[in-house]
Design a protein around this ligand. Structure first.
Ligand code: COA
Length: 432
């Protein structure tokens, strides 16, 4: 059967597609902005007809209606990254959380350590050979698609067509719905004085010719503001944001000195503004590849001068980094933080940076210290004290690699907030 006939045969309404989901099965959602919103909405509408369907994903932007109290008999969330749409359900016990390094997720699907019965994703309209693109989300989505028994796809003409390993044939899809809708955009982050200082300190650690991993948010974007004078930077990152585009347009990012994938920006997923989606659409400069390639420390270590920048919730005086929970409360997940820190550490002249404000200010104006004597009770250690390299706040840079516990504590206190220096010095006195 030619692909056009296959396509027509698989085409159905979202309401009919989700009727194939069985009770007690596991539904995996494509990552980030690759989530098929029309299919998710149809699944929730049909929710009362299911019992105990497990929903798995990492970063997720949909409304998360399946995680609400009214559907507690029908759906149970079990993410590997706690986005805002599931945090409440997790805190209230209507779900569970599975910790896993991002680069290992595809392997877990392949080897059955993570179950996937149904994969729901978004794709571009087919090309003349019947291939569609997984667009923004190849990461774990590609392997989940190949490990699932049932693949439901939303064809969306607004979805960007990317290259790398994102193209799949429509024969790999079981049911197809067509719904053209804009994909979610992330508002550009607010960069204040604190973020600018952090950005400037981080930029001072970034050398010409290095390959960069930068996450999302105010701090990575602030770092990029200070990279204008650098030469021949490369990108090998979990994702890129609008700040990366600006540097590419200025000729600062050339990818010409990368050790592997030279001339290309390699990422595993994409999320940002429409400007980013327009840039990556049909652009062979950007390669979107599976996370077990992009985030594997063995891939990352091959880049000469690999430099990673990630953030944290707390760092204790030994250098232990909590980046995913506030005490016992799951706030996000490890994502690619440790993948890149380990890869950068193994790379020739590699560096890794944990960059964060020294305090966080709550709505009521109270200040919470982020450089602390002890992590909050129950906090997960995301990056161990053995892996951590540089910690940066708006007050400076604390190098930790090769430093003793005493030196680490001293270096970290020096970049702590002045309001908490006495408390930290008291602990230093008690300990050393
Ligand atoms: N105690 C209590 N609350 C804290 C806190 C602390 N020590 N540190 C931060 N918070 C709160 C903030 O007040 C803020 O609360 P709000 O949402 O009510 O405003 C919230 O946590 C987020 O803090 P913010 O400083 O805005 O964090 P961020 O958006 O820059 O994210 C991480 C920081 C660490 C949560 C995020 O980078 C992450 O999830 N990292 C792990 C994954 C990773 O590194 N992946 C690789 C890069 S893609």
């Amino acid at each position: 059967m030619n692909w056009e006939k296959q396509y027509t045969k698989k085409l159905c309404s979202a309401e009919d597609a989700v009727k194939h989901i069985k009770s007690s099965s596991t539904v995996v959602l494509a990552h980030g902005v690759g989530e098929p919103v029309a299919l998710i909405n149809a699944m929730v509408e049909n929710g009362k007809n299911y019992k105990n369907v497990e929903i798995k994903h990492m970063v997720s932007f949909n409304e998360g209606r399946y995680a609400q109290e009214e559907f507690k008999e029908n759906f149970r969330v079990n993410p590997m990254f706690a986005s805002g749409n599931v945090r409440k359900a997790l805190a209230e016990g209507r779900g569970d959380f599975t910790p896993v390094f991002f680069h290992e997720v595809p392997k877990y699907f392949r080897e059955g350590l993570l179950n996937v019965d149904v994969l729901m994703c978004q794709v571009t309209p087919p090309d003349k050979h019947g291939f569609v693109s997984l667009g923004t989300s190849v990461d774990y989505t590609l392997q989940a698609l190949r490990s699932a028994n049932l693949v439901l796809a939303q064809v969306n003409s607004f979805f960007p067509k990317t290259y790398g390993e994102s193209m799949i044939h429509i024969s790999e899809l079981d049911s197809i719905i067509e719904k053209n809708e804009k994909i979610p955009e992330l508002a550009p982050p607010k960069i204040g004085d604190v973020e600018r200082s952090i950005g400037e300190y981080c930029a001072s650690l970034i050398d010409d010719d290095c390959t960069l991993q930068l996450g999302i948010g105010a701090i990575p974007d602030a770092v990029m503001l200070f990279l204008d004078g650098k030469k021949n930077l490369g990108i090998h990152s979990e994702m890129i944001s609008d700040g990366t585009l600006a540097l590419y347009e200025k000729g600062v990012i050339t990818n010409s000195k990368k050790t592997t994938n030279r001339g290309k920006m390699v990422v595993t997923f994409l999320m940002g503004t429409q400007k980013l989606y327009d840039f990556v659409d049909d652009n062979p400069i950007v390669e979107v590849r599976p996370v077990d390639y992009v985030n594997h420390p063995v891939t990352i270590m091959k880049q000469h001068k690999m430099t990673s920048v990630n953030s944290a919730i707390q760092v204790d005086l030994q250098g232990q980094v909590a980046a995913e929970s506030i005490g016992l409360k799951q706030f996000s997940g490890v994502g690619g933080q440790v993948d890149f820190i380990r890869g950068a550490s193994m790379a020739d002249c590699g560096k890794s940076i944990i960059a964060m404000p020294s305090i966080t200010v709550k709505k009521d104006g109270s200040k919470i210290n982020k450089i602390v004597p002890f992590l909050d009770k129950g906090a997960a250690v995301t990056t161990s004290r053995n892996d951590v390299d540089y910690v940066v706040t708006e007050f400076g840079i604390a190098p930790l690699k090769g430093k003793s516990l005493r030196e680490r504590a001293r270096n970290l206190i020096a970049i702590g907030h002045p309001d908490f220096q006495d408390e930290l010095m008291e602990e230093f006195g008690r300990r050393f």
